[in-house]
Design a protein around this ligand. Sequence first.
Ligand code: 5GP
Length: 214
Amino acid sequence: MSSDPRRTRGLLMMVVAPSGVGKTSLTRRLVADHPDLHLSISATTRSPRPGEHEARDYHFVDRQRFQSMVADDAFLEWAEVYGNFYGSPAEPILDALDRGESVLFDIDFQGAMAVQKRAPEDSVLVYILPPSLAEMSRRLHARSQDSEAVIVQRIARAKDEVSQWQAFDYVVLNEDFDRAYSDLAHIFHAERMRRSRNLWLGPFVEELIGESLD
Ligand code: 5GP
């Protein structure tokens, strides 16, 4: 058979969760385990937190640079979150899809909705639920990154978001990390297998049907 057995279309996987639900650990592991899945590195105007690195966690840019990127239509989507700007640079995302590779977005609810609107066929939306708001609050306090006011804000926002759970294709409960990771990996594997993403199937099946047995 001469058809290219590998021609596939990647997917855009959006994983959304309130802060303190373990999203970052889940998504980083998913990317580490799958060479054909790349994390979209957002640009942001917020300052780096201790331990964060340029180009690994975010592209840290000033407001002026962010605004010129908006003017150049360089983002697939962008938004203001807690007084800072965040955006997903379009070029590396579109390049990955062209190569048949997938992109994972660690973005907020409104960002995921914006990407889905722009690329509905390519988008897969996953929401990660905390086992309880009390546990979420405990984790936020334990990591000591946010002021009390920000924690209260994050929990109020989580309540708003969770009530929109039906906008997502999949909802994963992160009660046990390994179980939640396994659920997330299965979602990715199944979505990668979708007929519509395996562009090689059409020509392959045509050849199969036309195959001569003598
Ligand atoms: P943090 O400052 O805690 O890293 O992120 C704050 C929020 O901004 C999180 O909900 C995060 O998912 C979201 N975020 C990060 N990058 C992007 C992006 O490129 N676009 C949008 N819309 N949200 C983002």
